[in-house]
Design a protein around this ligand. Structure first.
Ligand SMILES: [Zn+2]
Length: 104
C-alpha cells in the first residue's frame, strides 16, 4: 500500500466508479426484481419494496465493488445499524435476529 497522493487519487476514482455502477444497478430490472421480493437480505423480515434500500455487503469505502454479489436490498433498520455498529457487533445483531426468526 502506497500513501502517495497519486495512489490516493486512484482510490478516489475507484470509489466514484463503484458508486456510479451502484446507481446504474439501482435502475436495472435485476434490482427491481430483488426489491419485489420484499424481504430484507440481513434480517429476512418482510419489508415493503419501497422501503428497501441498497446496501454494499463490503462497503465501497473499504474496497467493496458494485457487483450483484456485493449489493443487497435491506430494510432501513438494518441499514442504519450496519453503519453504526462495529463489524463484530453487526455479526451479533444478525445472529440475534436470525434466532428470533427461527422461533416464529
Ligand atoms: Zn433488515
Amino acid at each position: 500500500m502506497s500513501l502517495t497522493p497519486f495512489a490516493y487519487d486512484l482510490d478516489e476514482a475507484q470509489i466514484r466508479r463503484e458508486r456510479q455502477k451502484a446507481r446504474e444497478l439501482r435502475a436495472s430490472q435485476w434490482w427491481k426484481r430483488r426489491c419485489a421480493k420484499g424481504v430484507c437480505h440481513y434480517c429476512r423480515r418482510p419489508t415493503p419494496p419501497g422501503e428497501l434500500t441498497m446496501d454494499h455487503i463490503v462497503p465501497v469505502a473499504r474496497g467493496g465493488r458494485s457487483t450483484r454479489g456485493n449489493i443487497v436490498p435491506c430494510c432501513k433498520e438494518c441499514n442504519i445499524r450496519k453503519k453504526q455498529l462495529l463489524p463484530m457487533e453487526w455479526d451479533q445483531y444478525l445472529s440475534q435476529v436470525h434466532s428470533q426468526n427461527h422461533h416464529e
